[in-house]
Structure formats: C-alpha cells, structure tokens
Design a protein around this ligand. Sequence first.
Ligand SMILES: *[C@@H]1O[C@H](CO)[C@@H](O)[C@H](O)[C@H]1NC(C)=O
Ligand SMILES: *[C@@H]1O[C@H](CO)[C@@H](O)[C@H](O)[C@H]1NC(C)=O
Ligand SMILES: *[C@@H]1O[C@H](CO)[C@@H](O)[C@H](O)[C@H]1NC(C)=O
Ligand SMILES: *[C@@H]1O[C@H](CO)[C@@H](O)[C@H](O)[C@H]1NC(C)=O
Length: 815
Amino acid sequence: MRHFFSTLLVVGSLAGHIYGHRQHTPSNYDEAPVRARKTLGFGPAHPHAEYHSTPYQIRTNGFTPMDPSVDPMDVAKVFIEDVLGQTAPNMSYKIREDSYTDKNTGVTHVYVRQLVNNLEVADGDMNINIKNGMVISYGNSFFKGTAPSPQAAFEEGSNLFRDPRTEACTSAREHLRANRQSYADQYVMGTHEPIPQDVVQVIDDNCASAFDPPSFASNDLGDFRPALLHFMHTATPNAELSKEIENAFEEFKNKMSVTPVNHLDSGSQGSLLEYTAENVPDAISPVKAKLVYTQVPNQAGDATDLQLVWRFEVEMQDNWYEAAVTAQAPHKIVHVVDWASDAPIPTPEEPNAATYNVFGWGINDPSVGERSIVKENFDSLASPVGWHAIPTANDPSLRNVRMKSSSFWRNTTTTWGNNVFAQENWEGQNAYIDNYRPDAGKSKAFDFPYDPKETDRTDALAEAKKYINTTVAQLFYTTNLVHDLYYRYGFDEEAGNFQQYNFGRGGRENDGVIANAQDGSGYNNANFMTPPDGQNGRMRMYLWNTAVPFRDGDLEAGIVIHELTHGLSTRLTGGPLNSGCLGWGESGGMGEGWGDFMATTIRANKEYSDYAMGSWAANREQGIRNYVYSTNATVNPSVYKTLDKPGYWGVHAIGEVWAEMLWVVSQRLIEKHGYSEELFPPAPNADGSVPRGDFYRESSGGSGGEKPLVPKHGNSLSVQLVINGMKLQPCRPTFFQARDAIIAADQVLTEGENFCTLWNGFAERGLGSDARIEGQTPWGGGVRTNGYAVPSVCQDDGGDDGEGKKKKKKHPKKE
Ligand SMILES: *[C@@H]1O[C@H](CO)[C@@H](O)[C@H](O)[C@H]1NC(C)=O
Ligand SMILES: *[C@@H]1O[C@H](CO)[C@@H](O)[C@H](O)[C@H]1NC(C)=O
Ligand SMILES: *[C@@H]1O[C@H](CO)[C@@H](O)[C@H](O)[C@H]1NC(C)=O
Ligand SMILES: *[C@@H]1O[C@H](CO)[C@@H](O)[C@H](O)[C@H]1NC(C)=O
C-alpha cells in the first residue's frame, strides 16, 4: 500500500526556547556555548473538524451495530461512506497501514487519509475507533466542500492561491501584542527575560512577505525548488545563509539535485509528484517533497478551501520539519510542524543481567534519594531479550560491516540495545553511533563514581564531563524502564513504540530512541524529536548551569520522562505514522502537559504530596512551571479559563494547565480506587499471559469478546485511561476532545464506572460539561468560559459511579 500519511516530526522541548536557552542572568556562565534553538510551528484552523465520543449508529443497511464478527476494516468502510454520504466526485480515501487493534481493550484504531483528485489532503484525517462491530468514537477533519477540478490549480486568480496566512498572522500578532508586556514577567528565573525574540521572529518571518525574489514569479507548479528555498530561507537559524539565499537564489536552486521517488505500485501520477532533493542549504539529509492539498480557512472562517502545496520533510541540525508551502508563487508557508519538541520470539540464551549504580525508579533526582545498585529489571513482555541485546540486522553500528555467519542477536556490554542507544553528545551534532558510551565489560556492572566537586565556574563543564559514565548509564536505565512501563500500558509495537527490532509483533522497526547525555547543543533544557514510526526518536538532555557543580538533566528522571512522553503522545495521537497532530496551540500544549503529568505520577508516593517540575535541575524550589502541581486551588489555581491569560500563549504554559487538570482527576480516582505502590503491572507468565495479581481486575461489563484487564488502583488506572485516551482522540485535539477521549476510554475499559468521577475531576478545574470557548484560534487563542457543571446523570443519587451526591459545583474561586 502506498504511504499516504504525513510524515511529520515533532520536537517538544521541556521548557521551550523561552526558559533557559539564553538566560542573561548575572550568575550565568558566559563562557558556556549557548545556542538558541529556533523553531517554527503554526497552521490554519480547522473549524469544521469534529470529534464524537459516543457510539455512532451506522445507518447503512440498517444494522446497528454491525455483527461483532465483521472485520473492523469493513466496519470502517461502511462507516466512512455513511458519514461522507454519496462519495463526491473525485474524492476518495485511503485506510492507512498504521491502523491497529489494541490488544487489551480490543479497540481497533483506524486511520484514514482523504484523497482529492488522487492527491492526498495532508490534513484531511479521520480516526475511527471500532469495537465489536460498533464505531465507538471518531474524529474527522476531512475537507467537506466540492473537489476543485484538477485543472483549477492552473487557472489565474484561482482561490486555491489566496493567501492562507492572513488570518492566522493577524490573530497571532494581536495575541502577541496583547501579551507582550506579560511575557516580560513570565518564565523568570533570577532576572527578567525579555519577550523571547524567537517568538517575535517566528511570527514576523511567517507573516511578512519580505522575500519575493524575481525568480519566484515563475509559476511552474512542477518545480518545487523555489518553494523549498523559500522555506529554508525562513527556517534556517543562520541569518547569513538567509541573506545568501536571497542574493544567490538561482545558484542555490540549480545546485539542488532532484530525484523522483518511484513507487513500484504507484499510478503514473504518484511518481510524478513525489521527489527527494539533495544539496538543500542547511538540510542534513535529502529533503522529501510531495505535491498535496492542504486546507485553509475560507473567507467566512467557518469552513475550509483546498490549497495545492508542496509538503516537505526537512531534517536540519536542530529541527525536523514537516512544512506545507504553496505550490505557486508567491510562496507562502501554510503550515509547519517541528517534529522536535523542546523536551513467537527468537529468544537468545538467557544473558546475565546487567547492574547499574543509579538513582532507582521513583527517585526523581539527587535531592530526594541516594544511588544504589539495581538490576537490569527489564519487563519480559516489553523487552523479551533484556536491554543489552540487539539483532545484528537492526544494529546501525554494523550497517557497513559485513557480518559473516553472524548470529541473529548481538549482546552488548555498553548502553546500546534494542530500545535505546545512550551516549554523550558533547559536540551537539547529529552523529551518535561513534560517540562515547560506557562499556561495563563482561560483568555488565555499570558502577561508576558520582561525586561532582564545587569548582571554579570555568571548570564546571569539565567537572560535569568527568561523570559521563554515570550519567549515560542513568539515562539508559531510565529510558529503558519508561519504554517497558509504557509498553505494558499499551504503547507496543503496533501502537508505534520505539524499538530497533519488533519481534514480529507489528509496527515499524529501526526506531529505537537515540538518547544523548550532556548534549552540547544547549543548556538548561531538554528536547525530544518524534518522527513517524520507523524512524529513530532523538532525545537530547542538557546540563543545567544553574548551580556549581552543574546539574545534569540526565539524573532528573522527571525531565527524562517528560521528554519520552512526547514520543508516546505524538505516536499515539492520530496514529503511529502521523507525527503532526500535536504541533501547536491547545494540542501542542497538551503534548507538554502529558509529560509533566506522567513525570509527576511516576515520582508520587502513597502519601499525597505536591510536586514541582524540574526543581533540582533548575535549582529552584518552585521548579520551572508557574505553579507546582497541587490539588489545592490556592497553591495551583489553574483552570480552563487560565488559558486566556496573558502569558498562556506558549505550549508549556498551556501544558501546565492540562497537567494540573489530569493531576486533580487522578487524585479523585485515587480517592475512589486506592493507591498501588507499584506502577508496573505484574511480570507475565511463561506463556505470555498476564497474571492479575493485586494489580488488575477484569472489566465487569463488556458484551462478548475478551474482557479487558482494568488496573485496580487509582494511580495505575489514571495512567491507563490517559494513554487509552490518546489512542481515541483525534488529530489536533482540543482540551474538550482530549477530556472526552479519556471519558470514552473509561467507557471502553470499565463500561463507564468512573464517568462521574472523571467529570467531577475535570469540572473542578473549569472543564465541566458547560465549559465554552468562543473564537478559538489555532494559536491557542479564543475566549473561554469555565464550566463547573457535570452531566445530569452525575447530579442525582442514581449517578452510575456512586458519586451522585456531588452536585453541580459552585465556582470555587475567581481567577
Ligand atoms: C474528475 O477528474 C477527472 C480527471 O482526473 C476530470 O476529467 C473530471 O472533470 C473531474 N470531475 C470533476 C467533477 O471535477
Ligand atoms: C549473550 O550473552 C549470554 C550470557 O552472557 C551468552 O550466554 C550468549 O551466548 C550471548 N549470545 C551471543 C549471541 O553472544
Ligand atoms: C569511564 O569508564 C571507563 C571504564 O571503566 C574508564 O576507563 C574511564 O576512565 C571512565 N571515564 C571517566 C571520564 O571517568
Ligand atoms: C491550601 O493552601 C493554602 C496556602 O498554602 C493553605 O493555607 C490551605 O490551608 C490549603 N488548603 C488545604 C485544604 O490544604
């Protein structure tokens, strides 16, 4: 099947370019090479996009639901045609190959891409969730208008070439102007950081059409080079290169070499419209280019028109972009997502388990516990061969080595395995294979000293580097454990997880996490790049020069977990092969929020406590967010309406509100179901089945089929519902849709036992059933109204989860 999906990358950084990269505080270490990472992320609104979290009755043929034995793909086809009505001329769809059935819940997640005139609509997505012959929920952002005639693109004055950015730019600029002052007060540590210039620059770059060299007048739709150069001109962080492109445009254009992509099974059109380009300035690998449609708001702003664009995938030093640029001059960037976020098995002989001297699982950072020797306690379901084995065929370090009659597996004694490649990256470049990593030898005892000394500021970096063995081992350990944990909650091969080899269990391979410790490309932050399934995730952990000795982010588990959760949420939302669903605005913000929520939940104890994010690394008790996570509304007053406040424009601030909501909801689930000391499900039986232990119970309800296993306790149940919700929610979800998806996940898992608990939890923070937004923009703008109401079934004693007495809440506080 052709690959008709967007291949986007998402870079989610822990604190974005706002906090940290460029602090000009008196206590800063000016000698430290600090490089600001430029990143772009914006796109048009999809006013018609919808998400329905209640079962859909298929009208066709009068059977509702269809027989549970019907192949979910067939249910999907009937459903799609039912929803689309009579299939309009020249409009069709493709069911994407990354669709899969969740092993525990039995829900089949079907991902569909719209085609118009045989071209992909890059943001025409459906995610359809099917169980027992029934569509239980779905999202839909298909273009709903009439297909333009294939020739329309070439006609003068066609509205396909109307400037799509005007509205987005205006609203973004207004928003920025309104918030300009408050930015000066946000993200402060020590002294005041001015409004981040990058934000201003991003908007100006994209809104101004300063760059329109004469050669752009050429309207050869088939030549994407001018559009690509236009994008590189905007995207490059190198101002000199930008100037050079302006001055020597033709030269740069002619230097590119273009190769058509030939798909064995493609129609003639496909192969004419997909290329790779080499010698693209500032790109570090060949750029992929494909002619597609994308949607832009119509004049009224209530629906979309189609626009012909070149969709590029551009890997750069610090970014990995998916960008759509109008095919015809003047070239405009319509949308751009940075995949980087600034944050029956062949079993080998039983290898001897490795040991590590590390801050163990649950010890968030060096301020809350000591190191100890722990075992390679891999989960045998998630990592059947442990953490230090990798098939020779999937080992990138052997790519150029001819292996004669080598065995299938290779055991390693370094931090190199099937899930994770961990190493130093002091150079801050993209190479990793030959970078240094500790070798523990035959014993596999990763026991290295950690005793950083207080030094002169100038020596602090050299001092930190002395502990590279320790810090890489820690990063390897934490990352593997998170891999195993998320696996057990359903982030497996088919769901798009990160592994070099998939044990024949589906999904795409050769995408373990490249985990760089002490990465030289920055300070006081961390980031993660999530390309689509089948391409390596890349995590970059930085040193923090917030104290002497420098603090090493690799040793703060919460930061590592936050980054790895970008990989989880990006791969699960909209399907494994679409990395473009959490790019900006509310959805981008929730991408940050899930990371904080997971980090906080994993470090939490039975005894309730508030937690700050990143407080050790940042050397700041309150951490790197505006508030610590707390159920106490005085300590953390975040509510839905908070998103309207000045300073809540960036994804990290938005994410903080979302994480706080999830934290409150999870505490309500803990009140109801108790607390599990162990977040890891029990080890599987020899036959691969999962024992219930004290961890799971069987779902009480469920008609036919397997009954899913339900985590018994509130904290483990929260993690499960949040992860299952990611799988159910649509591409580019809003807060409302992500909330509804979590509630829908509970319906699937427990038949809705927690319906009212969940609603009450969200309502506590203004995301109740009467919450509203007017004038939502893709930038996260709009005017919100808190909603403290819950559905009527939760207002009387008959409430289905016994919480009926909790009446509609009054406004707890004004904000
Ligand atoms: C559909 O596409 C064909 C060629 O691909 C074209 O001849 C025809 O006019 C199109 N139909 C409509 C309604 O645009
Ligand atoms: C892997 O290591 C184990 C234990 O050290 C050993 O028994 C086994 O033979 C090794 N496998 C390979 C392929 O080297
Ligand atoms: C890291 O460990 C290796 C092997 O034990 C050792 O030779 C090396 O000196 C260590 N590196 C540092 C910086 O301590
Ligand atoms: C919430 O926090 C405030 C401020 O720290 C404190 O005065 C109050 O007692 C707390 N409320 C509860 C219920 O703990």
